[in-house]
Structures are given as C-alpha cells and as structure tokens.
Design a protein around this ligand. Structure first.
Ligand SMILES: *Cc1c(COP(=O)(O)O)cnc(C)c1O
Length: 369
C-alpha cells in the first residue's frame, strides 16, 4: 500500500450520473450532459462559454486553432511546464518561444516576456503551474500593448484565483484538463473556456471536423479535429463538479498542514508559493530540496518510496526535452533548470488524509541532516 501522489476521489454520484447517461442512450457528445457540464464549469470560471474536448492537450490545440494561430507565428510559453503546452503550439506549426521561470512563483517570469516579443508573436500562453495563478496584470498589459492573445493553460488550476477572479476567465481563452489526476476529472477530457462568442463558436466547429455550414454537411473548408468529449465523461464530470469546492478545500487544508509540519526544516527546503494576491489550489504540493537538507532530491525520493510514499520529480523544462532542445541551445533558463533539479511533488490528491500528510512530513523531517 502506497500513499499515491494524486489519485481521483470517486463516489456513488459518479456511478449514478454515468448510469443515468447510459440508460438515456445518449452517450456521444450529443448527449445533454455535455452542454450541462460545459455551462456549469464555464460559469464557475466566470465565463459565458465552455467547449469540452477529449483532453487538456486537445483543449490547448483547439484554442490556438480557433484563434487562427498558424505556421510562421510565435507563441510565448514558460519553459518550465508540462510538455503538452509546447506540443499544442507545435501542432499548429507555430513556434513555441520559451521564457524562464519566476523564482518566487515558479510560473513564467513576466518581466522577461517583452524581450521575446517579435513581429511574429501572436499569443502568450501562461501556465498556472501546480495550481498557483500567474501574475496576470503584466501579461494582460503586454497583450493590450502588442495586440496579442492570452491563452491560459489552466490544466492544473481549477478553482485557483488571481486577485479574487478564477483562472480560465482571465485571458481570451482558458484551457483545462480533466485527466484522472487533475483537481476534478472525467477520466480523460478537457475544456476551452471563453467570454468571446466568436472564439467559442469556432472552437465548437473545429472540435468536430468543421462540418459544412451552408447545407453541405460533408464539405470542409477548414482543417477540423475529432476532439469531442463523450456524454459519459461529461456525466462523470458533472458529479465531480458538485464536489469542486470540497476538493479545493481538501487540497488547501492539506497544504496548510504540510506547511506547518515542514516549517521546522527552515531553509533546508523551500515550500510552495502563495502570493498575497493568489489563491493556490495546490494541484501538487511541491517543495524544493536545498543542498542544506543534506540529502539529494533523488535520494530522498528513493527513501520515501521505500516508506510507501509516492512522489514525482518536477517537469524537465521544454528547452532540455530531446524533441525541442536543439531549437533552444543558444538560450539560458537558469531558474527552470534549478527548479527541475531540486523540485519534487508530494502526495496531493483529493483522497489524502491529515494522518497521511503527518506521516509524509515526519519522514521528510527525519531524513534531514
Ligand atoms: C495535464 C496538463 C496538460 C494536458 O492535459 P491532458 O488532459 O493530459 O492532455 C496540459 N498542460 C498542463 C500544464 C498540464 O498539467
């Protein structure tokens, strides 16, 4: 028995809603659960429109495609992120332009963005990493000044808030993942959220093959996708959505307990950020292991593994990924490199109990030199 790093919390409601969907016979994306899930989740994010997708990755790709991002364009993203952020840009044949991380939030360093804007830049894609929102004011200012779109990668930040406003509704488009380890899940799935009717309509149209609109159904004027979510997934999502506030509280309470119990380690480890203007939802409760801790990050992970505690390393930044590295070898991203070397995610799921948090902290304190 291991304490999992992030497991979904599934109850009878999920069974009930999915069963009801099956009995209705409407199991494709035509089922009414899909629209209901889209409306409810979009409203939660402060958005008028939600467009469900088959995953977070396809939500990102669909959002960029709906905005008309294409070959020859550039999209600014953080290098310290999960691979899907960069891949979504690559799928459009645009180029991901990388920016280093801010050491105080681990998100994109907003002060380093403007130097990367060129004539080809069309959009910025900030990522609310591990559930901590990006400092959006600077991003929105740059967007206004340079005429750029803002696409939030909110795949890790359902319910997180920037200055009291939910992520996903802060830019032109928000993108969420409902993968099994995310804050709410549909197994696999995603959603594009927006207040812009035109973007929402284009996303809906491109999501399902861009069928002909003028009486010629099987006639295609643009390259569409098969990115729909099924009603079975949406039914599951509706059940999860009813618990979203509870899930966010569980994560925040566990984070608070981690913070308290790890405090005695002082500066041997760095605790996760939460700026005064931020509500972090701690998709992952993440720490940095400093040299002063006396044991390397990887050694600590091994010891915890033997104790039945599952952990994860931080992401490898995009600029070191074998599929991207050669494009960026003239640039330096020291903060992302440091995060990647020192960072680890502790158990953070919706099922995690206070006893388990205490056990994890007791072990981490014990191994400190
Ligand atoms: C999980 C995640 C995605 C991709 O979501 P999938 O549903 O797995 O495709 C994209 N971006 C970030 C930052 C993520 O954490």
């Amino acid at each position: 028995m291991k304490i999992p790093v992030c497991s979904p919390k599934i109850g009878e409601k999920e069974v009930e809603y999915v069963s009801k969907c099956i009995r209705s016979g409407w199991i494709s994306s035509m089922g009414e659960c899909v629209t209901e899930f889209e409306e409810k989740f979009a409203r939660y994010c402060g958005c008028k429109y939600g467009v469900t997708t088959s995953s977070g990755t396809t939500a990102l790709h669909l959002a960029l495609a709906a905005l008309g991002i294409k070959e020859g364009n550039e999209v600014i993203i953080p290098t310290f992120t999960m691979i899907a952020t960069a891949n979504a840009v690559t799928y459009t044949r645009a180029r991901p332009v990388l920016v280093d991380a801010d050491p105080s939030t681990w998100n994109i360093d907003t002060s380093k963005i403007e130097g990367k804007i060129t004539k080809r830049t069309k959009a910025m894609m900030p990522v609310h990493t591990y559930g901590h929102p990006v400092d959006m004011d600077m991003i929105l200012e740059l967007a206004e000044k340079h005429g750029l779109y803002v696409v939030e990668d909110a795949a890790e930040a359902h319910g997180a808030e920037y200055k009291g406003k939910k992520t996903g509704g802060l830019g032109d488009v928000g993108c969420f993942s409902f993968y099994a380890n995310k804050i709410i899940t549909t197994g696999e799935g995603g959603m594009v959220t927006t207040n812009n009717e035109e973007i929402a309509e284009r996303a809906q149209w491109l999501r399902a093959h861009a069928f002909g609109r003028h009486g010629k159904h099987f006639y295609h004027e643009e390259l569409g996708f098969g990115y729909r979510m099924s009603a079975l997934q949406a039914a599951f999502g509706l059940a999860q959505f009813e618990s979203i506030d509870e899930f966010v509280s569980i994560r925040r309470n566990n984070a608070k307990l981690y913070n308290t119990l790890l405090e005695e380690l002082g500066d041997k480890i760095i605790l996760p950020p939460e700026k005064p203007w931020a509500k972090n939802v701690y998709w992952m409760y993440s720490i940095l292991i400093e040299d002063r801790y006396g044991l390397g990050r990887d050694e600590l992970m091994k010891k915890l593994d033997a104790d039945g505690i599952e952990t994860r390393t931080f992401f490898y930044p995009i600029h070191v990924q074998p599929i991207y590295a050669s494009q960026y070898n003239k640039e330096k991203f020291p903060i992302a490199d440091k995060l990647s070397r020192k960072g680890m995610n502790l158990p953070s799921g919706n099922n995690l109990t206070a006893e388990e948090v205490s056990y994890v902290c007791e072990r981490i304190c014990k191994y400190a030199k």
